[in-house]
Write a protein that binds this ligand. Sequence first.
Ligand code: 13P
Length: 333
Amino acid sequence: MNYTEELIINAQKMVTKGKGILAADESNPTCTKRFEALGISSSPESRNEYRDLLFSTEGIEQYISGVIMFDETFRQSTTCDDEIPFTKYLQNLDILPGIKVDKGVKQLAGFNNEVVTEGLDSLRDRLQEYYSLGARFAKWRAVIKIDEGMPSNGSIMANAHSLARYAALCQESGLVPIVEPEVLMEGKHSIDRCYTVTAKTLGVVFEQLKTQNVNLKGMVLKPNMVISALACNDQADIDKVAKLTIKCLKENVPEEVPGIAFLSGGQSSDIATEHLNRMNQLSVELPWNLTFSYGRALQKDALNTWKGKNRKEAQKAFLDRANNNSLATWGKI
Ligand code: 13P
């Protein structure tokens, strides 16, 4: 079956102006860590309840084009009387269901403290099953660390190659690949160093995507912003982050890509929105839409408010964040 047209339509839909992607695909261990930090016990039932709270927030379809889920959530249902599978529930709202398909990061053999993302083995079978269950896009996150002597060419190459193999397999099965090469914010490095590493990483990623015959019109790029490291003494301001990020993307992302949906990566919720807003104010003539695919920056307020019981208040907090980020895609904050 040839999915080309469907891939292009869905990729464009994911990055429609005014909408972005909710990353709710925390693995069970990550979700447990976030729950336990707030004294919430983590079980399949409590995780189901929390995801239900997010997905059934009234009005999110105005701001959210797609939701990325972890396998457990992907197979769960709404907690209301009629228990509608989440995939179906989201489709009814015209929100695309998505699935995280990587198996997480592992130590890269032959290198000190660098990582590579695993999950290519039997990926074709998993993708076919996810498509049949309603998924229309997938996510794979590669992690690039900055430190002395890092990143090595070896880690950039290994991660870019895996991203490209994953993306080609997704398109073969009708799923739009979210290609996520994340240069981490951890460390003390300057924004200039982040620029250099992000530029190099994106360059190699697109080289590999082309080599593996990935259709760039049927994918979404999910990069980090070009930003000062969390522990850098000299923190670049909003304007500088916006300008350097746009410059880096212009120089390294082909025009065929329909859209770029940023990760928040440890930025505060407010700052992540402000960065996106400024970029959209500056970038009237870019070939791609710039939007969000935030996890923490969309969910943090909601999770802190919920604490396992305050459902309505948490939904309000979530809706406010989604609305603000939607405005930021228009540069209207
Ligand atoms: P953050 O926005 O919390 O970085 O999460 C996005 C994501 O999907 C990471 O893979």
